[in-house]
Design a protein around this ligand. Structure first.
Ligand code: PHE
Length: 344
């Protein structure tokens, strides 16, 4: 055995013996400096590896390493012991007041827009429509062209949106592009879907206009669907949503992607049609747009318009929520003020 190996062995025994006497963290730190610090016997032995004759070098290296590991392991064990003792001491001093009430978890709640949307899903679900999710970021084709609004068409002004630097990528202005996605996925089967989600428009924001809002859109495609089906479905939907007696009204209108097209009004559910502040005395509330799916749109979706027909209707969830909860400013919905959201 080399002289240095003998010294390592003696150091190991001395170090472990000293460790027995260590009582607290400060003493442990001192011990670490003495026995595992740069100038300690063990650590400085690493520097002496080069002085050992070649043939003994590997064995020596191993021995130094092993000595270091033994000390480190002992250190870790002692540290755990000290921590445990500290904890026990603190607990036995009784500084924890077990009678203090716990910290309550704040309950989250469902956003008012989603409350309305969930009610809509429940109602149309009973009527046989399934939810179909489609992208909020769209291509120009899906938001416009496939909905029979070609690039030159002035109707694009009605759905002015946010354009991106990427060619043809836009934020959708309505849920109608989802019609094309659903048709392309299901063609040639019949379709009954509800398309929900966020839409975006280039708008001047005020009490009743937001650059982001939520829509739901109904789409039915099948053989032999008529305008009577559209009207009957919307009437049924309104009654299930707002009450048995609720009336709807369809006013002729124009949308490039439906023909014929109509505006959908619902009898004011605040005054029951008598006229009040909410419906500005008229007794009717504007609720959305609807119509028979344009033959060209059916074609873009893959359906033969000679065989299939369909109807579509799009409704604003924000508007409905404003009315439902008598909220007077649409901007409350998205500015994340907890004082507002907590009321639902
Ligand atoms: N997409 C239209 C809008 O946002 C609403 C609509 C949907 C009209 C479906 C007709 C049919 O204004």
């Amino acid at each position: 055995m080399l002289e240095i190996e003998r010294r390592l062995e003696a150091e190991r025994l001395a170090a472990l013996e000293n460790l027995e006497k260590v009582q607290d963290q400060a003493q442990l730190d001192q011990w670490k400096q003495n026995h595992l610090g740069k100038t300690s016997v063990t650590m400085s032995a690493f520097g002496q590896v080069v002085t050992v004759p070649n043939e003994e070098r590997p064995a020596f290296g191993k021995a130094v390493n092993a000595a270091k590991v033994v000390l480190e392991t002992a250190l870790a064990g002692k540290l755990a012991l000290i921590k445990q003792k500290e904890l026990e001491a603190r607990m036995s001093q009784g500084t924890i007041d077990v009678t203090l009430p716990g910290r309550g978890l704040r309950r989250g709640r469902i956003h008012p827009l989603n409350l309305t949307a969930q009610e809509i899903y429940r109602v149309v679900g009973q009527m046989g429509f399934q939810i179909y999710q489609s992208p909020e970021v769209e291509t120009d084709d899906f938001n416009f062209t496939f909905l029979n609004i070609p690039p030159h068409h002035p109707a694009r002004d009605m759905w002015d949106t946010f354009y991106t630097d990427k060619d043809n990528i836009v934020l959708r202005t309505h849920t109608s592009p989802g019609q094309i996605h659903a048709m392309r996925e299901y063609c040639p089967q019949p379709i009954r879907v509800i398309l929900p989600g966020a839409c975006f428009r280039y708008e001047q924001q005020d009490q009743s206009h937001e650059i982001e809002f939520m829509q739901v859109e109904l789409l039915a495609v099948d053989k032999g669907i008529t305008f009577a089906d559209l009207k009957g479905t919307l009437q049924d939907f309104a009654r299930r949503m707002f009450g048995e007696q609720t009336q709807i009204r369809l006013r002729p209108s124009y949308f490039p992607f439906t023909e014929p097209s109509a505006e959908l009004d619902v009898e004011c559910f605040v005054c029951g049609g008598k006229g009040c502040g909410v419906c500005h005395g008229g007794g009717w509330l504007e609720w959305g747009g609807c119509g028979m799916v344009h033959p060209r749109v059916l074609e873009y979706g893959g359906y033969d318009p000679e065989i299939f027909t369909g109807f579509a209707a799009g409704m604003g969830v924000d508007r409905a929520t404003l009315l439902r909860y008598q909220v007077d400013d649409i901007r409350y919905f998205r500015n994340n003020d907890i004082r507002f959201l907590e009321q639902f």
